[in-house]
Unconditional design. Structure first.
Length: 165
């Protein structure tokens, strides 16, 4: 039995059907086995069930569950950005993706991203052919010059050979 808390059900009682001696295993299940059976339930909830006599175990014995310990382990933090860019367009990252397995309604199968490292602002351009990447970069650089009165100082890609003249 349980009550619904948000999108989860909290276990409030456990009904164990009466099992005949023939089908009962020779050893009584351990608290660790109940922990596993109940989906790695907390020790607090297991203590409540044991004290209520619902698990067929007379006393609570502590245990270690490696899976629970690993699940509760905090994730490693990302390294701090060592970027020394203190101006917009000091460093612009770019990546090309494609071809897509299916083209868009307008026939685009590729796209290229331009990301300003300082502001994290991202531009995306859709392309029909991979050969359009060089022209798209020129259009992007001209847009930066006209709209922001700046030029790109460092342009970083993943060795997109299409950009090499």
């Amino acid at each position: 039995m349980g009550i619904k808390v948000g999108r989860l059900f909290e276990l409030t009682s456990l009904h164990i059907p009466v099992v005949t001696q023939i089908s009962r295993s020779s050893s009584t299940p351990s608290i660790y086995r109940w922990h596993l059976r109940l989906g790695h339930t907390s020790t607090k909830k297991l203590r409540t069930l044991v004290s209520g006599g619902l698990l067929g175990i007379s006393k609570f014995e502590s245990f270690n569950c490696v899976h629970c310990q690993l699940a509760k382990q905090p994730a490693s933090s990302f390294s701090l950005n060592e970027s020394i860019n203190n101006t917009p367009f000091g460093l612009v990252h770019s990546d090309v993706w494609g071809p897509a397995p299916t083209s868009t309604v307008n026939g685009y199968r590729y796209f290229v991203l331009f990301i300003d490292d300082y502001s994290r602002f991202t531009w995306i351009y859709f392309l029909k052919h991979r050969s359009e990447i060089s022209q798209t970069y020129i259009e992007f650089a001209n847009m930066i010059k006209t709209q922001f009165a700046r030029s790109i100082k460092i342009f970083r890609t993943d060795n997109a050979l299409e950009l090499i003249p």
